[in-house]
Design a protein around this ligand. Sequence first.
Ligand SMILES: Nc1nc2c(c(=O)[nH]1)N[C@H]1C(S)=C(S)[C@@H](COP(=O)(O)OP(=O)(O)OC[C@H]3O[C@@H](n4cnc5c(=O)[nH]c(N)nc54)[C@H](O)[C@@H]3O)O[C@H]1N2
Ligand SMILES: Nc1nc2c(c(=O)[nH]1)N[C@H]1C(S)=C(S)[C@@H](COP(=O)(O)OP(=O)(O)OC[C@H]3O[C@@H](n4cnc5c(=O)[nH]c(N)nc54)[C@H](O)[C@@H]3O)O[C@H]1N2
Ligand SMILES: [Mo]
Length: 780
Amino acid sequence: MAVRPQEEFDPDYGPSGTRDKEVEPEFRPYHHPAAGWGAAKSVTRFLAREQEGIAGPHAILKMNHEDGGFDCPGCAWPDDIKGLHLDICENGIKHVAWEMTHKRVDRDFFAAHTVSELARWSEFDLENQGRLTEPMSYDPDTDKYVPISWPEAFELVGRTLRELDDPNQAAYYTSGRLGNEATFLYQLLARELGTNNLPDCSNMCHEASGRALQAAIGTGKGTADLVDWETTDALFILGVNAASNAPRMLTALVEASKRGAQIVHINPLVEAAARRAIIPHDFAQMATFHATPTSTLNLQPRIGGDLALLRGMSKAVLEEARSDSKAIDDEFIERHTIGFDDYRAMCENTSWTEIERQSGVEVADIRKAARIYCGADRSIISWCLGVTQHEHGVDTVREIVNLLLLRGNLGREGAGPSPVRGHSNVQGNRTCGIDHRPTTEFLDRLAHVCEFDPPREHGLDTVSAIDAMHAGKVKVFVGMGGNFAIAAPDTAYTFDALRTCDLTVQVSTKLNRSHLVHGTRAVILPCLGRTEKDEQRGGIQETSVEDSMSMVHLSRGMRKPASPHLMSEPAIIAGIARAALPDSATPWQYYVEDYDRIRDTMAHVLDGFEDFNRRVRLPLGFRIRQPARELVFLTPSGRAEFSTAALPDLTREPGTLTLTTMRSHDQWNTTIYSDNDRYRGVKNLRTLIFMNAEDMRERGLDQFDEVDITSIARDGSTRSVHNYKVIPYPIPLGCTAGYMPELNVLCAIGDYSTQSDQPIMKNLTVTVQRSNRLSDKELS
Ligand SMILES: Nc1nc2c(c(=O)[nH]1)N[C@H]1C(S)=C(S)[C@@H](COP(=O)(O)OP(=O)(O)OC[C@H]3O[C@@H](n4cnc5c(=O)[nH]c(N)nc54)[C@H](O)[C@@H]3O)O[C@H]1N2
Ligand SMILES: Nc1nc2c(c(=O)[nH]1)N[C@H]1C(S)=C(S)[C@@H](COP(=O)(O)OP(=O)(O)OC[C@H]3O[C@@H](n4cnc5c(=O)[nH]c(N)nc54)[C@H](O)[C@@H]3O)O[C@H]1N2
Ligand SMILES: [Mo]
């Protein structure tokens, strides 16, 4: 029997999915609408597997409820403003049920398994063990996690932080589900200790959007809200898989379509939401199988081709303006913008040939999109990771704004830029101080209100924190949620970086890879989930969150905590703070007893949070003031600024392909629910690569043939994954797609955007060759 060659990459790293080798993979294109019965069936099966009794569905009905209940941690799409009491979706339910599971990872579990053994488990198997129940600390003698008391854990972390030579030797990561109050305390902890090392998941997600919007309109957020979505005439949706990742957007799409609004999808893949959909919570629609078409036009640019496509739309609009004076809004441009002449010249000087070549879309089709845009009085442009995770992500978001400005689609109802954020509170995290590049104004207010001298030097973001750990410059890593080890790029390098640390601290709800790839010392601090009652001395506490559209509201957990030994995130942060900062003037314990007290302080530090405690208790919470929405631009010129970026050169070396990494339908970032991707027609397979049939033919490949994928980094280094199965898919020539987090192995640490510092996870250069290794199946 042939022996499988040793992996170049860490042999202990388990695969992600359930990867049941006995089950054959399937691929059958999906023809049903998004949401509807497929979703209902999937939920039923999922709840049965998670052994959810009556309590689950009951709690789920309280999700996103206007009067109490908890905010769905599934995504950052805003809650229904009309008070519809069932604003839920398939993936939201799965997300919540995953947290509410009855399974537990207790001390007996840890006693039974060494860390080296667990490291060979898949991501699915790790999280599927259930909820963490008590603090654990790594014991190198037995290679096992052993129980540690909360006071001892705090003392260990506090002492290590206190004893660092330099506060910048620690990095404090956040994943965007932390509530605002915990967020505020967390950044306060880091800054009182003396560092702005606050890497967060945003560094991999919407950093480009924040930077572009800040530069263009003076605030790093979108301006459109749900009312705008409900009144707009045209929606342009780029680089988002809404049916899987923001399913409640389907409601907005169905309603827009019924109203007669135009919907243009721009995506190398025609995703489920770009075909037909059923409102996720509408059982009447489901019963009658009444699906609504949710697309007027689908354009499939090549990966990274969005900037050229948008430029083409602007060029077409400007050409139209020569004969139709209403094609552009001269008055708006004159009164509110700067840089128009240069931008127009830029568009005129970019040839159609160039636009066609770089976008991969024919001029006639780009003109169609432009005509829809010109025909709409009010337009919204919405986007997610398909736009941001590229070298030129910032330029592309700025081009979105340029296009909007041409027709004055800003600062009026039914119009504006509308990024779809990822984690349910990732936007709130930024608002409340998680920023490795804080502004002087923010630090000044923090200094004044909290009476200490915060560090002014910028801190480390995700990529630079990994580099610093690797170089031994950062010795303590604190992960406030998330799964840094595999969410980050360059898995092998990131593993080494984490293993170089003296101490890694993970605050988590479930067992994951980041507990197994750890520093010399390591602790797991288990916390309450969003669905659970958070009882402090002052009674049951609520925590606030901010959605994608700047609405801040309260979330109240209602379930009995998974274990009596769990602590809330604010309490854990306060515990670490009291141990690390014995002389701190901050009343950590007092804050934790009643989160209203944290909010009172936040009201003084954060812009737009005046009267926080009262306003957050209004029925729908409150909207954070967004000056650009009122045509107040906090830019150097005081106007909205056009930009003039040159088009990126996307020409590929012969033989190479471009790879984009994305989520399947049945996963939540690094949390894998199953190996299925329903809307893309895939079953029982995650180690796959979607390819254009022509590219497959060129390489002599058939469906399910096994290939090795090798990425070529900018510095010329290569990384490979092996035995991935090929799936023929309607994707532009030269483009391929596969799943994160598995394919992070291929994303070199140095391959981040020079514009946003975001890893370019949607734009890797790869070669694909028939695998000459034996597959797992052949081996077993
Ligand atoms: N159920 C569920 N919900 C989630 C998540 C989850 O994992 N599961 N994750 C959450 C998080 S943190 C985030 S950030 C969001 C992510 O939400 P998405 O941005 O939808 O996430 P991805 O799966 O990465 O999908 C990116 C989409 O971009 C397209 N794309 C890839 N490259 C390009 C390109 O060059 N141009 C264009 N125009 N499109 C491109 C892909 O085809 C795909 O449709 O979802 C959030 N919500
Ligand atoms: N190749 C590639 N890589 C990517 C991306 C991509 O598109 N392609 N997307 C990037 C993006 S957009 C993001 S946002 C990151 C995601 O990166 P992260 O946010 O770091 O990862 P998650 O998978 O969301 O984290 C899951 C873990 O969070 C913990 N958790 C769940 N709920 C809670 C809670 O309430 N409190 C606490 N403290 N912990 C909790 C659980 O232990 C669970 O295992 O990945 C990035 N990585
Ligand atoms: Mo994200």
